[in-house]
Each structure stands twice: as C-alpha cells, then as structure tokens.
Design a protein around this ligand. Structure first.
Ligand code: FAD
Length: 476
C-alpha cells in the first residue's frame, strides 16, 4: 500500500481537549489501531502508537509471496457483533469487498460432511451414525449440570457423547488448540461451539435433512484487495501522525512510567494500553512487581501456528470456503480455499487458486518446522484436496510462522487474569486485545476493535461501564 504521510480529517471528528493524559499504545493490530482511530475520532491527539513490525494489522494482516500470492495468518472470517464495527467497515471499504456465504465442511471417514458435523452425521457410514446417536442419547440422558462440569473434555462427553467425541470433538480440538480438552475450561464456548440438540440430530438423520445453517458466521465479508490485512491497512492513515513502526517495546519502567524501545528511545506515558501478549508484558516490567503477578503470568498457556500457503496453477473446482480436519493423516486442522474469498489474492484467478493450511503447535504438540510445508502437501494429497498430478502444478509454497496465535482458555486462565489485570491497572497499564486480555471468546477481529474503542470510551469519556467486551459480558 502506498505510504500515506498525513492524517486525513476524521469524518466524525468532534472537538475535545487535545491535552489530557499522554497515552502510549503498544501494538498496531486491530485493538491498537482501533484505539488510535477512536482517539482521533474524539479529537484526541496526545498519544503514541508503537508497533514492532514494519506494518499494521498484527495477526489480522496479510503477506504476499514473491510469486504474487496473498495469504492471511490463518483463515480469517469477518463477522461483526457491533454497529460501530459495521460502520467502520463500510467507511474503510466502500464497495471493495466480497460478500460470501459460508460453506464449511468436515473431512472424516474419507468424505466431506457439512459443518456443524453433529447436525449432518447422516452422511457418515451407518455404523458411525449409530455410534454417534447412541453416544448422544446416553450422554444427554440426564440434564446438563454445568456446575459439575470441570473442563472442556467433560463438557464434550456430557453434551456430545462418546461417538462424536471419538470421531470429531477430541481429535479436532487437540489439533486446533495443541492442548488436550481436559486442560481447557468450559467458559469460552458460547457461540464458538455448536452444542448438539438430540431432537435436531435425530430429526436430520431420520428425515435425511441437510442442516448447515448454524452460527453467527453463515455469511461473511472479505476485502477484495490485500487479503484480510486490506481492511486494517486502511486504518493506518487515520493514525499515521501518532504511529511509530519498527518500534519494539523491550521494557516498561513502571516507576518512571516509560516504555523502552529496542532502538534505545523511550516513550513516557500517563496511561499505557498494551496489546502485546500479557505474559510477555509482565516479563518485561521494570519496577516493583509482586511475585504473585509474575507467577500467574507464567501460568497462562497459548499455542502458535505454522500457516502454509499453497498456490496451484489450475482453476479451483469447488465453491467450498473452509474445511476442518480431525483426521491424523494430515498435519493441518483447517484449510481455506482463500482464492474463493477474493480473486485478487492470486495473480490470475482464471487459471490459479490458493489454499491456506493451519497447523498448531505447543510444547505439548511440537511440529517440525523444517518439514511442515512438505507434510502439508502430503496431507493435501492424502485428503484428496490435491491429486498426485497436481504436485507439478504447485507454483507457490509460503510459510508464515507465529508463536502466539491462540490464547488457550485453560483451567488456570481466569484465576490468573483475575490477578494480572487488576494489578496492572493499579500501575495505569491496561492490557487488551486477543493476547492482551487473553480471552479467546472475545478475541476475534470485531471483538478486538471493540476492546480498543471501548477502552478509549472509558478513559476519554469517563464511560466506566463501557468495557463490556473486554469483560466478556456482552452477548456478542
Ligand atoms: C489463526 C488465526 C485465525 C483467526 N481467525 C479469525 C477469524 O476467523 N475471525 C476473526 O474475527 N478473527 C480471527 N482471528 C483473530 C484476529 O487475528 C485477532 O482478533 C486480531 O488480530 C487481534 O488483534 P490485536 O490487536 O488484539 O492483537 P494482534 O493482532 O496480535 O496485534 C498485536 C500487535 O502488537 C505488536 N507487538 C507485539 N509485541 C510488541 C512489542 N514488544 N512492541 C511493539 N509492538 C508489539 C504485534 O506486532 C502486533 O502487530 C484469528 C487469529 C488467528 C491467529
């Protein structure tokens, strides 16, 4: 994108004091960008936005390979729970976006089943259907007593039953989270997991009915240009005057209230909004920090990802959007036909298509970086996404790696956050966003934007009740 040198007049700009406390924001991902955008919208300029990398967008940015294929950092599906986000999207994108109908599938038993699996098991082999239905009946014999459920695995067994657990929920969730479900809490689920209704599952099996309409993201938008990152790149002009790229925070001096940067410069703050991973933030605090804060930060768990982009020199043969893979003959848990989202992510969509594969890793699920691209290609052939003859048509292989991609909703998480966030706030440090708040359930792009905006509303407008997203209190 062309470098923009001056901040455009904000369309909704309202006059307020330009003084007020000096705010420093660490990170120009969706949360930090949205905070900056909102500050400018309110006419507030006494802030600095520090970004370690050379561009904005964070995990919601995109990369273009030397061969001209654009890839996101994992499949990003944009859907919104907020009017503010909708207006922002419209303002930034105009009509330069695609509107898509979700076509999500699960690959298992050597076939594709529409998502969510539990509502569509009728297409599986009869003995598997029977095992899933009997397991579900057994599991749901007694009403669910959430108070007695201690972890995600127990919830799976009580709600999905042993059949669905065996074929999908247990292997798939381990592949995504790189943590076994017994290490995860049950609080994050909300609208992220479709809980099965016995009546619906049975009805679909007996009436041979397709049922793929679950969930909030059955239609979604995607930028026509620049991948997912095309959206956030368009926020940059609004914060350009306050933005410092290639500005990595290496320490925060809580006594002097200064952020120390890798180039040796310092940024003083009255209030600090940090969107970097909160465990890393705590590790770089200089100043008196209670042991319990450091201990609790060390208890948070996360996973990282290898995202493999593959460009193929033949037109795509399907309208599928993304697919889940609980099976073990491929390393990825999800694939996206990215060129079905926008024709502009490949050099020539009339004769090419692109696939994005996501592979998680953690200390509990190590993945070999050196072989991950080759193993992905083998997996694409094993799962019949590509044919043997397609090997010769692969014209792009691109690896994106990030150590922090999923903040694990682990059993210890909420206890740790209950210590960390209140203490940080006593130091005038506010940790927000996907890894700042560390709450996966409010860690999507729209939530992250909302967290940035609501924090500003709280600080600048004294709107104390307004941080509902960060508190995960809004029904979202
Ligand atoms: C694999 C994957 C799939 C996803 N799918 C979806 C989806 O389908 N739909 C959806 O809505 N969302 C999705 N998301 C979530 C989306 O990417 C996040 O909501 C969003 O990027 C979070 O924004 P953030 O600003 O809180 O954090 P980030 O995007 O992580 O941004 C933080 C920024 O801080 C910077 N930073 C870190 N450390 C420092 C430092 N020391 N100094 C200075 N800067 C620093 C980073 O470089 C980064 O730019 C997905 C994420 C991943 C990883």
């Amino acid at each position: 994108m062309e470098q923009i040198r001056s901040t455009p007049q904000h369309p909704d700009r309202r006059p307020t004091s330009t003084e007020g406390p000096r705010i420093v924001v660490i990170g120009a991902g969706p949360t930090g960008l949205a905070a900056g955008y909102r500050l400018r919208e309110l006419g507030y300029t006494n802030f600095r936005l520090l970004e370690a990398s050379g561009k904005v967008g964070g995990l919601a940015s995109s990369e273009t390979s030397p061969n001209g294929f654009t890839y996101d950092i994992g499949g990003h599906v944009l859907f919104s729970h907020y009017e503010y986000f909708d207006r922002l999207f419209d303002r930034l994108m105009g009509d330069e976006y695609q509107e898509l109908v979700r076509e999500a599938w699960v690959w298992m038993c050597e076939r594709f089943v529409p998502y969510p699996l539990q509502n569509n098991i009728r297409t599986l082999p009869r003995e598997v259907v029977l095992e899933c239905v009997l397991g579900l009946i057994e599991a749901q014999r007694e009403p669910l007593d959430l108070a007695r459920i201690e972890n995600f695995e127990q919830l799976i067994m009580k709600q999905f039953g042993s059949g669905l657990a065996k074929y999908f929920m247990m292997p798939y969730n381990f592949k995504v989270w790189a943590h076994p479900p017994r290490m995860m809490n049950k609080e994050w689920i909300g609208e992220r997991v479709a809980l099965p209704s016995l009546e619906r599952v049975l009805g679909n099996v007996i009436l041979d009915r397709d049922d793929a309409g679950w969930g909030p993201n059955n239609t979604f938008k995607y930028p026509r240009y620049g991948g997912t990152g095309g959206l956030f790149a368009r926020m940059q002009p609004y914060v350009q005057d306050q933005l410092r790229l290639n500005a990595t925070t290496v320490a925060v001096d809580t006594r002097r209230k200064e952020v120390l940067l890798a180039d040796g410069t310092r940024e003083p703050y009255d209030l600090l909004l940090s969107t970097m991973p909160v465990d890393k933030l705590v590790a770089m605090l200089e100043g008196p920090t209670p042991d319990v804060v450091r201990e609790q930060a060390g208890r948070l768990r996360h996973s990282g990802s290898y995202v493999v982009g593959i460009g193929v020199d033949r037109p795509v043969e399907t309208s599928k959007c993304w697919m889940y893979f609980p099976v073990d003959d491929c390393p990825f848990y999800r694939l996206t036909y990215l060129s079905n989202y926008s024709p502009e992510v490949v050099p020539d969509h009339t004769r090419q298509h692109s696939i994005l594969a996501e592979i998680s890793h953690s200390e509990l699920k190590p993945e070999d970086r050196e072989t991950v691209v080759d193993r992905t290609i083998e997996g694409l052939i094993n799962t019949r996404i590509l044919r043997e003859s397609d090997r010769a048509l692969i014209v792009d292989r691109y690896l994106i790696e990030r150590d922090y991609t999923y903040p694990t909703p682990s059993i210890e998480r909420d206890g740790a956050l209950a210590v960390l966030h209140p203490w940080l706030e006593t130091q005038d440090i506010y940790s927000r966003g996907r890894f700042g708040a560390w709450r996966y359930e409010v860690g999507n792009m729209d939530h992250s934007v909302a967290q940035g905006v609501e924090w500003v509303n709280r600080i600048v407008q004294d709107d104390l009740a307004n941080e509902l997203t960060y508190q995960a209190k809004r029904g979202c």
